[in-house]
Design a protein around this ligand. Structure first.
Ligand code: GLV
Ligand code: MN
Ligand code: MN
Length: 441
């Protein structure tokens, strides 16, 4: 299931590079001297309220896409969008879309948003900051009576954590194997889209063609510790890593743990343990930012007095360079063969995710940096090691991403935290980068 070619995102990036550099902000026909600002207290209050949906005793949320909490949060989100004077709908892919007219109907829309689903036992900021930040920007524009030239669309993509399925369904064609992917909600992508009010049989009604948008902006927490360590306010994202994921099955032979001599065992667990170590060795064997993870593992029959006959686990490899991911995988596969030969077990790899790396548009990066500077905020250009819906949207138009610091670099965990002022800063940069984009001829 090759999703798309890396060259396509490179094309998107070079097309975007042709965008003009930032122009002076001019909104509603009025020259502005000071940058517009969002209501930071309101934004942070909305974040606290959203955290009630799927709240868990660990202090975070388990608002996994397609679970009851995910669905229950959507009327709250839609009401916030309506309060921001957005025209709200659920698209065929189950994404929430809030539209706002521009003054020039011939212009393509500028999209901005993020996601509100979480990983199991996740935190209160991943995706939520960008989603509620986008709504806050729309509300500020409404309150300040700013009419942009471009139509605007706030989009809250569904099921980001399970593999960017909402943005993928809106920008590419899903195959049956995609529809069949399930997450810990127990629902498949097909079932989940219907559960959220979309229509999986008519995704063509939602699909956005290449070149159909002016741009996409996404605000997000960094999810790493670079900005905090370097005492910086804003990250200007240069590109989003590609993510390749495999389901791995290790097959051995199930047998009695007391009577099977050590030399006679085909222990799938032992082979899997060696595999976990091999992944780490291969990934760290060369310089670079590549990462590799075995994050999930199930042992069969998973009982103390039986030599395990089967292990199912996952493998994920990420890098900004798709060729590097491919090369790393070939090395890991070769290691798995050697490990299997050591104790008579076999490894089977089934690729289940192939998100291509996505560079952001240089002209949009410049606008984000200029917006941060206008606001007196420090910033640096940095890659994103996490996946984001922006990488799917990069297949159809130029994208930009804004990071704000994550305390302790913690994410995908209940104690994920970003400071209210940092969140407000990020939303202000989103607002002003959006205005710069809108003003660009
Ligand atoms: C999403 O957050 C991912 O990077 O997996
Ligand atoms: Mn996210
Ligand atoms: Mn995430």
């Amino acid at each position: 299931m090759k999703r798309r070619e890396f060259t396509r995102s490179m094309l998107a990036a070079s097309a975007a590079a042709a965008l003009p550099l930032p122009q002076p902000v001019r909104a509603a026909g009025t020259a502005r001297t000071a940058p517009l600002k969002v209501n930071g207290a309101r934004l942070n209050d909305h974040l606290t309220k959203l955290s009630e949906f799927g709240k868990n005793p660990q202090g975070g949320v388990s608002r996994v896409a397609y679970n009851d909490a995910d669905k229950a949060s959507r009327p709250f989100l839609m009401q916030l969008m309506r309060d921001a004077k957005l025209d709200v709908s659920v698209d065929a892919a189950g994404n929430l879309v809030g539209k706002r007219a521009g003054s020039d109907a011939s212009l393509k829309p500028i999209l901005f948003g993020s996601h509100t689903d979480s990983v199991p036992f996740g935190g209160n900021f991943d995706g939520d900051v960008g989603s509620l930040g986008a709504i806050e920007v729309a509300q500020t524009l409404s309150e300040q009576h700013v009419t942009t030239r471009h139509p605007l669309e706030v989009v809250i993509w569904q099921n980001e954590e399970g593999g960017l399925w909402g943005s993928h369904a809106a920008t590419a064609v899903l195959g049956e194997s995609d529809f069949a992917i399930t997450n810990s909600s127990g629902r498949s992508v097909r079932e989940g889209i219907a559960f959220l009010g979309g229509d999986p049989d008519h995704l063509e009604r939602t699909r956005r063609a290449k070149g159909s948008i002016a741009a996409y902006l996404e605000l997000h927490i960094e999810q790493g510790g670079v900005l905090e360590k370097e005492h910086l306010d804003i990250g200007v994202v240069e590109g989003i890593v590609g993510i390749h994921r495999w389901d791995v099955t290790v097959t051995g032979f199930q047998n009695h743990a007391g009577t099977t001599a050590m030399a006679d065992r085909h222990d799938a667990m032992l082979a899997a343990a060696r595999f976990v170590d091999a992944v780490n060795r291969v990934i760290t064997s060369e310089p670079g930012r590549q990462v590799g993870t075995v994050g999930k593992l199930a042992v069969f029959p998973n009982t103390p007095n039986v030599v395990p006959g089967k292990v199912e686990c996952t493998l994920e490899v990420r890098d900004l360079d798709a060729k590097k991911i491919d090369a790393m995988f070939l090395k890991i596969e070769a290691e798995a063969k050697k490990i299997g030969a050591m104790n008579g077990t076999t490894f089977a790899f089934k690729q289940v995710l192939d998100n291509v790396p996505a560079p952001t548009a240089p002209a949009i990066r410049a606008m984000i940096a200029a917006a941060a500077a206008d606001l007196g905020l420090t910033h640096k250009t940095m890659p994103s090691g996490a996946g984001h819906d922006a990488q799917d949207v990069a297949q159809i138009g130029p994208v930009g991403m804004i990071f704000v610091p994550s305390v302790g670099g913690i994410s995908h965990a209940p104690n994920e935290y970003s400071k209210p002022q940092d969140i407000t800063n990020g939303a202000n940069v989103l607002l002003n980068a959006l205005l710069k984009l809108d003003a660009a001829p």
